[in-house]
Write a protein of this length. Structure first.
Ligand SMILES: [Zn+2]
Length: 479
């Protein structure tokens, strides 16, 4: 069954198909963090959504190349660098490191490439030169370079592919220098900003003199350098549709004359405790704030995934407590399955990420896949999980589950969990079937069946795990 996703370009739900016909390779670019502060829970909703998209594509058998940039030079960063009297890199490195630590805490798969804007200045300059050569960008008296919306539209290109824009009010040649502006301020936007005293030491040489790039051109340059002029999937928060993504399209298509991105995906925002998040309302949380209140990354991840990605939802501390309860229900059920499966040391099934993996279909995976195929209907997917938990608990209570059936149920759960990414309770990080093998090895050792226990150890090794015996008992370690 095919995956359908809402494409902001067409304003409709459509079948997802990579550009390469019959291809299984997907180039995916997610606008990453602007490293001027710790990411807040609203940002994390978008990044966890991006991780869900990647995990589900991988589950469907796609080979995803996931690129997430780090915006390490733009207006807000320069302001903070000036205020804190530090250097650009000294300032950004701590927020960049914190971002990737938090990304791991939230069980997000690490992007394959994480380009920093400051390391792509050469590509940015080359892209601006191309736009100037095509007559779409122009230099102003102060040495800055702007993108001409009028010239771009004059080439038959469309500005306003993601959002509806009103050009009646637009005066040709009016310019906006700031990286962020509203639709009402529709105007030519800055590609290269000439050096001003407030920039301090943040500048690079260019054909137009010393200066720095605008924010929007950074993503065009990085995405096309890593993924090519045209790629499959671009996603970000809905606030980035305009001007950031609209400008990315204009810069990229203006320079190459080729379609930039096939599918655009935008995630909605969240409310926190019923209101728009703000520092003054006391409802502004970073992941660190929530960790300080005793919540784990796993619990926060769960609490960020209750609703469809295009719907706003209300994130609350009560919801986080609810996440803890829900995860405990899943852990308890999986724990029972492990106990049932443990004395039955059948070779562990190879868990495949592909939804079409051979083997008997199971109702959990079928319902889960049907839900997510429909534009990532995550609430239906969770309903499938909790119906499965209820049914499994019932069958366990009735002694109606054999060890092989428990193994099969665990394998189904692992497949589903490869998408949800909620991992397992802290004491057991390994997949269920690996834990089951470890327990079988323990049972063999207790029965003094050392031949069998060695066999299982070798099998674990073949699957990428080593057993380390410690005074507290055996521990699994990934090779
Ligand atoms: Zn971007």
């Amino acid at each position: 069954m095919g995956l359908k996703l809402f494409n902001t370009l067409s304003r409709s739900v459509q079948e997802f198909a990579p550009r390469a016909a019959a291809g299984k390779k997907v180039g995916m670019y997610c606008c990453g963090p602007t490293v001027y502060d710790f990411a807040h829970i609203g940002n994390w909703r978008t990044f966890v959504f991006g991780d869900l998209v990647r995990r589900y594509l991988e589950f469907k058998g796609y080979e995803v190349r996931h690129v997430m940039n780090v915006t390490d030079v733009e207006d807000k960063i320069i302001k903070r660098v000036r205020e804190t009297k530090t250097t650009l890199r000294e300032f950004t490195v701590k927020f960049e490191t914190a971002f990737f630590d938090d990304l791991k805490s939230l069980h997000c798969r690490m992007p394959h490439v994480t380009p920093r804007a400051t390391e792509f200045i050469g590509e940015i300059v080359a892209l601006i030169e191309k736009l100037i050569a095509r007559g779409i960008a122009y230099q102003t008296a102060d040495g800055s370079v702007y993108f001409s919306i009028e010239k771009y539209r004059g080439c038959g290109c469309t500005y306003g592919q993601l959002v509806k824009l009103n050009f009646d009010e637009m005066r040709p040649g009016v310019r906006v220098a700031a990286d962020e502006y509203e639709k009402e301020a529709l105007a030519d936007f800055a590609l290269w900003k000439t050096r001003v005293p407030e920039d301090g030491d943040v500048f690079w040489p260019s054909p137009w003199g010393e200066g720095r790039p605008g924010w929007h051109i950074e993503c065009s340059a990085m995405s096309m350098k890593v993924l090519g002029n045209s790629f499959d999937l671009h996603l970000g928060g809905e606030d980035l549709k305009f001007p950031h993504h609209e400008d990315e399209i204009a810069q990229s298509e203006g320079a190459t004359g080729q379609p930039f991105v096939k599918h655009w995906l935008h995630g909605a925002h969240l409310l926190v405790e019923g209101k728009k998040m703000s520092k003054s309302l006391g409802n502004f949380f970073t992941l660190r704030d929530l960790a300080g209140k005793g919540f784990t990354g796993r619990e926060v991840r769960y609490a960020l995934l209750p609703a469809h990605y295009r719907e706003t939802f209300n994130f609350t501390l009560d919801g986080l407590t609810g996440a803890r309860t829900a995860l405990a229900r899943i852990d308890e059920c999986v724990g029972k399955l492990r106990a049932l499966a443990a004395p039955h040391p059948v070779p562990a099934p190879v868990v495949s990420r592909a939804g079409s993996a051979p083997g008997a279909p199971d109702p959990l995976t079928d319902r889960f896949t049907a839900a997510l195929d429909e534009d990532l209907n995550i609430s239906s997917a969770w309903a499938a999980v909790f119906d499965w938990v209820r049914d499994t608990n019932k069958r366990v209570a009735e002694n109606a589950l054999s060890a092989p059936a428990a193994m099969a149920a665990l394998a189904a759960w692992e497949k589903v969990n490869s998408v949800l990414g909620i991992g397992a309770a802290a004491e057991a990080e390994a997949p269920a079937e690996i834990v089951a093998l470890l327990e079988a090895r323990q049972a063999a050792r207790q029965a003094k069946d050392f031949k069998r226990s060695d066999q299982i150890r070798d099998e674990l090794k073949a699957q990428g795990w080593v057993v380390e015996d410690s005074p507290k008992g055996p521990k699994l370690k990934k090779i």
